[in-house]
Design a protein around this ligand. Sequence first.
Ligand SMILES: Cc1cc2nc3c(=O)[nH]c(=O)nc-3n(C[C@H](O)[C@H](O)[C@H](O)COP(=O)(O)OP(=O)(O)OC[C@H]3O[C@@H](n4cnc5c(N)ncnc54)[C@H](O)[C@@H]3O)c2cc1C
Length: 604
Amino acid sequence: MGSWFSKSPYVSNPSDFATTSTSADPGKWKQYDYIVVGGGTAGCVLASRLSEDRDVTVLLIEAGTGRGNVFTKAPLAFTKNFKTSVDWEYYNACVYRIMHKETYLARGKMLGGTSALNALIYDRCSPEDYDSWAKAGCNGWTFKELEPYFRKAEGYSPKQITNIDLSSKGTTGPWKIRQTPSPAPISDVIMETCKEIGIPYVEDLNSPDREVGVGHLAGIVDEHGNRVSTASAYLTPEVLSRSNLTVAVNTYVEKILFSEEKGSPRAVGVQVASSASGPKYRVAATREVILAAGVVSSPHLLFVSGVGAKEELSAASVPVVKDVPAVGKHLADHISSGPLIFRAKPGVTLDKLNSSLLAGASAFLKWLWNGTGPFASMGVTSVAFIRSDDIRFIDTSLGPVKDLTSGPKSPDLELMWTPAIIPSFFDNARPGEHGFTIPSILLKPESKGIIHFKSGSIYDKPTLAGNYLDSESDLNVVARGVRCTFKLAHSEPLKSLLEFNPNNSDKSDYFWFGDQDPSKVTDDDIREFIKRNGHTAFHPVGTCRMGTDPQDSVLDPNLRVHGVTGLRVVDTSVFPTQVSGHPQGPVVAIAEKAADMIKADRQI
Ligand SMILES: Cc1cc2nc3c(=O)[nH]c(=O)nc-3n(C[C@H](O)[C@H](O)[C@H](O)COP(=O)(O)OP(=O)(O)OC[C@H]3O[C@@H](n4cnc5c(N)ncnc54)[C@H](O)[C@@H]3O)c2cc1C
C-alpha cells in the first residue's frame, strides 16, 4: 500500500530527464527512443503501449499536473474544472461572423488531458466515418481496420442497462465502459418521446451496424462511480513502474528540434522548460518524436518549430524548416444551437441538487462515500443521432441543407439532453426552478475554421477562428434540429411533465425561447436564436489532418508529417474529416493503432 511519503511516479525537474547543453549535437543530450509530447487522451495510450516493448525507452512529457483532483473523478462534476489550472482555456472567435462572438473552449491540462475533463461519453461514432477516410485515400483506416483497436481499448462491463451484444465489444481492455442510469426520470421520458415522434430506437449506439436513432449512451465510468481517463486506464502503477518509461509532468515542450538528413529535416528531439522564464533543456529522440498535444497545441508546436505555411512562418519571424501549408487549417468542430431550455414540473429533473447548498453537498458526499448517487452518473445518458433530411420527424421545409453525412446510416444532427437547467457552464438555475436543456448539435460541418498563430513562442496562445456558421446549410441543419426539439417538447409523454408560459416575453429569461408556442416561432426566429446562442460542442478536429495531398493535409496515412523524418502526430488533430459523434473513442482507437504502426516500423 502506498503512503503519503511514497515516491512520485513522475518527474518534474527537467534536469532529471533532459540536458542543459546548447550543443546542436543530439548525441550530447539525454536520449530516449521515443518522445511522446502531451500526456493527454492519446498520449497516455501511446506511452503505455510503446513501453510494453522493454527494448525501447519512452519519455512522455506533459505540461500539466500528474494528478487530477476530486472533480476529475466525479462524473457529474466535470464542469467544475473549467477555467482552472487544469484547463488551457482557449477562446474561439467567429461563431457567427457578423456577431463577432467569442466562445470558450475547454481543453484538459493534466495527465489524461481532455479525457480527464470531458463529459465521459463513449462513442465509436459511425462506421461510415472511417470508411469515408479510407475512400479519400487514407489507406488502412476503414472501420473494419480500426475495429480491433476499439476492442483493444474497451473494458465493457458485463452489466449494462440495455441489451448490448458484448461479443461485438472489447471486455478486457483498460478503458472501463458502462452505461450509467439516468440521474433524473425526465431523461428516459425524453427518450420515450423520441420514439413516439418516429425516431427509431437503437439498442446499442456502438454497434458495428449502427443505424441512426435514439438510444442509451455508454460512459467511461468504472463500477465504483469514478471517471476513467486514459491516464487512470493506461498509466497504472504497474505501467508507471516500468524502468523504460519516464513520465515528466509540469513541463512544457517549447519546440521540436531538427537536423538535416539527406536534404530533408529530421526531428531529433525537443526543447523543454518548466515555464516561459525557466532554463531551457534538450532531450533527444533516437527514433521518433510523436506529438499528442491535441488539436490546438500539436499544430502550434509544429508552427513554432518551423513547420507550417512558409508565408505565415515568415510573417511570425519563425525560420522555415518545412513548408506544410495545411498546419492549423481545416478545423472542423461540432456547433451547438446553444441551450434550449424547457420548464418542467418539480421532481423529475436534477435541479433539486441546486435547491440548496445542503442538497448538492449531500449528493456529493454520497458519491465520495460509496461512489453512488447522481454524481456517479453522466449528465447526458441518452441522445438521438438523426438525419436532418429524415421526413419522418424533421420539418424539411426549413431552408435547404446539403447531405454531408458519411453515408446513408450516418447522422448529421445530435439532440443531446441534460435533465437540468444549464443556461451556461458557469450559471446555475434559479433555486426552485426545474427544467431540462437540449441543444441541437451539427455533426458534419461544411464550415471550416483555422488557428492563427501569433509568434514563435509556445506561450503565446493562438486564437481559433471557428467560422462555424459560414455555411447556410450548417445553420439550416441546426435549425431543423431546434424545430424537431420543439416538436419533441410538445409531444407525449414529455409534454405532460412540462409547463409552458407562452406569454413570456422576457428575452433575457432562459426559459423564454422554450416557452414560445412552436406554431408561432418562425424559421428566422430559430436562426436568430442559434446565431446568438451557438457554442462549440468542444469537439474540434483536423488541424494536422492526414491525407494524400501535402498541400491539403499535414500527415500521410501513417501519421508522419509530410516531408519530415522522425515526426508523427497522434491525436484528434489528425482526423481527415469530422466524425459524426463524440471523438474521444475514435482518438483512443487511433492511438492504439498508431502504437502498433510505430512498433511495426521498428522491426523494419
Ligand atoms: C468539456 C468537454 C466535454 C467533452 N465531452 C466529450 C465526451 O463526452 N465524449 C467524447 O468522446 N469527447 C468529448 N470531448 C472531446 C474529447 O475529450 C477530446 O476531443 C479528446 O479528449 C482530445 O484528445 P487529444 O488526445 O486530441 O488531446 P488532449 O486530451 O487535450 O491531450 C493533449 C495533451 O497535451 C498536453 N500539452 C499540450 N501542449 C503541450 C506542450 N507544449 N507540452 C507538453 N504537453 C502539452 C495537454 O496538457 C494535454 O494533456 C469533450 C471535450 C470537452 C472540452
